[in-house]
Design a protein around this ligand. Sequence first.
Ligand code: MLZ
Length: 278
Amino acid sequence: PTRKFDWDAYLEETNSSAAPHECFRQNPNPPTNEFKPGMKLEALDPRNITSTCIATVIAVTGSRIRLRLDGSDNKNDFWRLVDSSEIHPIGYCEKHGGMLQPPLGFRMNASSWPMFLSKTVKDAEMAPAKIFLKEPLSPKTNLFAVGMKLEAIDRKNPQLICVATIGDVKDNMVYITFDGWRGAFDYWCEYNSRDIFPVGWCEQSEHPLQPPRQKGPPGVGAKYKQRVCGETSPTPATVDVTSSLKTSPSVQNTKISSAVTVHVNPSCWCGPYLDPRK
Ligand code: MLZ
């Protein structure tokens, strides 16, 4: 069980403030999630947004549902808010003159789609229309400012909502940066994106929140620039090895005259005294 992230302490520590609710295209209170795993619905195919597909609820977390397109594999799950405009009850597409499509990467022969579809829908537990909630209105203008804190979906790991900061603002766009991580996960999005949330959203909706990535232990952390897993950093890791060499028995008698810079290929084993992740 993860401990709740203390936003108040963090805002004080970082001498920063939370982006006000009015900045976001989110309900002031996270919507209640009445979806259940196994329910089926219609969703736009995230990889081909011109087609509407049948999807199954795989899991329920906070105000979000984890979806998998029927006939697709389990490697392309995606997450939607219960008040997303991209999900609808079964029947919505047809009612609006559309036709349900096989998902991109449909695992069967295309000719078997009509049969697959009728079977899928026939004994489906359909998500009832009343649990689909209306999408909130967008704020009229971009009210974000650089430095404001928020909670944001990591688009490379969309199951995660993380502690984030507005890194830049330009016209209708905001630059989302993730606290404790270097640039690899940052992205630009429109100010009214459904992927960003006010501080406290996760706690209120009972969704896990990823805290900022921790710096190394005190006295060590400050000495090296961090390298981040899964990130291809343009700059090599810089490590002050002086302290670790001093404690290493094999070099205790060696006179160390100055700090050295070690460039570590992060995919390599670099011995017992260096952490390749750093
Ligand atoms: N497994 C990944 C998770 C990174 C999540 C970062 N979120 C901002 C890693 O450790 O690289």
